[in-house]
Design a protein around this ligand. Structure first.
Ligand SMILES: O=C(O)CCC(=O)C(=O)O
Length: 300
């Protein structure tokens, strides 16, 4: 079998990005704290992951978060650590184009897997994704952390897409973390609430970026870039976004109150690089390609 493909539902699953990542993409990511890359995963990947995502939502498994919505007003579903629960997500985390995209944009030689997270909004969902940035949720400090948000359905910039304040990663500001279900354990009173940059009443803090997307397009964002999303105004189209997060080279372990509970904290002291191959397996390196995470069977 060709080293670059895995058998997939519709033929093969490619392991390298389906389109080149250009120096301009890297410059845009550095300038804006977000970039939209087109056609990174083909339909084999997208069909398989969309099916897995919708099955996951129906199963009720995992660390599900859902705001209480009015009867008949859609559903905003979120879940994390999907790759522990389903082989199809594990293929994404360690045998897909995602780690190479992450390493290329961060300018790193290798990346460690952090976690994955699903965001589904069924048609007519009123609930927004509150504006926030990600680092306040995470027990890390540093610059080399990245989220790759993969569109698994068509996404409309105006009515369901994630929106970003361009350049807000350079504000160096941590806003109060807020989960889709407004879990009070994340609400750090020492941090300021993030303004709703989607509202016309909020003074502009910079250009708001968002994109119409097709399955396989990806949004890549820095953990301090401020972002949020409306509900899903479509009457027919479910919106499925799958975020996968990786760590690069300048990350330091920074356990703080009001951050997410990891499935296994790293065995390193605060302030150190999280060199723990069980908690955060190195899944890809530019020199060696895909690496077998410790203690895990090769993905089938
Ligand atoms: O998909 C969404 O609505 C939110 C995505 C998000 O906040 C993230 O990936 O960090």
């Amino acid at each position: 079998m060709n080293k670059d493909v895995e058998p997939g539902r519709s033929g093969t699953l490619h392991k390298t990005p389906a389109n080149p990542i250009t120096p301009q993409d890297v410059a845009d990511f550095q300038r804006d704290g977000v970039v939209c890359l087109r056609g990174m995963l083909d339909s084999g990947w997208c069909d398989m992951l969309r099916d897995a995502s919708l099955e996951m939502m129906d199963s009720g498994a995992g660390r599900v978060r859902e705001p209480k919505l009015q009867e008949g007003k859609g559903r905003f579903y979120s879940n994390v650590y999907l790759s522990d629960l389903d082989e199809r997500f594990r293929l994404l985390r360690e045998a897909s184009p995602a780690p190479e995209i992450a390493a290329t944009l961060m300018g790193c030689e290798s990346v460690r897997f952090y976690y994955d997270q699903l965001f589904i909004k069924t048609p007519g969902t009123a609930a927004p994704t509150p504006w926030h940035n990600d680092l306040p949720f995470w027990p890390f400090a540093g610059n080399d952390l990245i989220s790759i948000w993969i569109a698994l359905t068509p996404v409309s910039a105006r009515t369901s897409g994630v929106q970003y304040v361009a350049g807000s990663h350079r504000w160096n500001k941590m806003f109060r973390a807020v989960t889709p279900d407004y879990d009070p354990r994340f609400l750090d009173p020492a941090l300021e609430e993030c303004p709703d940059y989607g509202s016309p009443d909020t003074p502009s803090a910079g250009k708001v970026l968002s994109w119409d997307m097709q399955p396989g397009d990806v949004l890549c964002h820095h953990p301090l870039t401020v972002h949020g999303a409306s509900g899903n105004a479509s009457a027919t189209q479910t919106r499925v976004g799958l975020s996968i997060r990786y760590l690069g080279k300048d990350v330091r372990w920074d356990p703080r109150e009001h951050t997410m509970k990891l499935r296994r904290p790293p065995e390193v002291a605060p302030g150190e690089y999280p060199e723990d191959d069980v908690a955060f397996p190195t899944v890809w390196s530019r020199r060696q390609g895909f690496l077998q995470p410790q203690g895990q069977a090769a993905p089938k």
